[in-house]
Design a protein around this ligand. Structure first.
Ligand code: SLL
Length: 261
């Protein structure tokens, strides 16, 4: 890389939408004996592009992220052999079997050209559906019941923001624009989010097919902003009223002090 390309482009920030999370399915009781008989679930943890390929049947993953991600390390629970699992090429995902939920550390190492530090995120592996019969929702459901709920999905939307990127890395990013999220759901279940860099939403759709992240529809966004503005104005009015009352009280007390002196 030439020295000119090692220059940071000041004032520029560029982001890439990603999702991270897991899906899980039950292992049929008759298949359990072939592996570890205690392992009840087969799960996949992944870092993917946020947009889905509608025909793929998977959540996210329309774009290959290896133009900016070099490695994803999934750190599993200590009950797993070799808990640090490196994935060095797309798709950045890992499939395992197990019986319990735990926190997975997800470490994203960017391509060397980026000059970026690794990013660490956490995802709570989810194996059990959230949306079963309310009478039993706090318990792990029996196999027959859980299987009816279908695969479990638990995903977070996030945006990786690169601030003042190196010129060469900026070129790389701009050569790979992310597939835009659809405006509305195409199939399965959709999950609207507000494209605000700090916003994260998780989703769980065990029953209604493969969920998909979608861009918030514009009228919805307008409505949300209008509501926020109304709340702010009401708050301002309230505090202005309080301030006026306090000032009046202060005047009254000052007069009393003056009268006493
Ligand atoms: C729990 N805190 O108690 C969690 C730990 C560990 C899950 C869950 C595989 C273990 C193996 C596995 O599912 N570990 O193969 O021994 O729920």
């Amino acid at each position: 890389m030439s020295s000119a390309e090692r220059v940071r482009v000041r004032g520029v920030s560029i982001y890439r939408p990603i999702i991270y999370g897991n899906t899980a399915v039950l292992i049929k009781p008759e298949e359990r004996s072939s592996g570890n008989p205690h392992h009840t679930h087969r799960w996949t943890v992944a870092v993917r592009s946020a947009a889905s390929n509608p025909d793929s049947g998977i959540v996210g993953g329309a774009d290959d992220l290896s133009y900016f991600i070099k490695r994803v390390t999934f750190k599993l629970h200590d009950t797993y052999a070799n808990p640090n699992r490196n994935v060095d090429k797309a798709p950045f995902e890992l499939t395992e079997t197990g019986w319990g939920e735990f926190e997975i550390q997800i470490r994203i190492t960017f391509v060397p050209d980026s000059g970026e530090k690794a990013l660490i995120m956490y995802h709570h592996l989810k194996l059990h559906p959230w949306t079963l019969d309310p009478a039993t929702h706090n318990q792990i459901p029996p196999y027959e019941e859980a299987v009816k709920a279908g695969p479990v999905h638990s995903w977070q939307y996030d945006e990786i923001v690169f601030i003042d990127p190196f010129q060469s890395f900026l070129n790389t990013l701009m050569a790979h624009p992310p597939t835009p999220l659809p405006k509305a759901k195409r199939s399965g279940r959709s999950v609207p989010f507000h494209s605000n860099h700090a916003t994260q939403e998780s989703l769980d759709a065990s029953k209604e097919g493969v969920p998909e992240f979608v861009a918030t529809m514009e009228p919805e966004e307008h409505e949300r902003l209008a509501n926020a503005r109304r709340t702010l104005v009401a708050e301002q009015d309230k505090w202005r009223g309080i301030l006026i009352d306090k000032e009046k009280e202060l005047e009254r007390l000052k007069k009393r002090v003056a009268a006493l002196q």
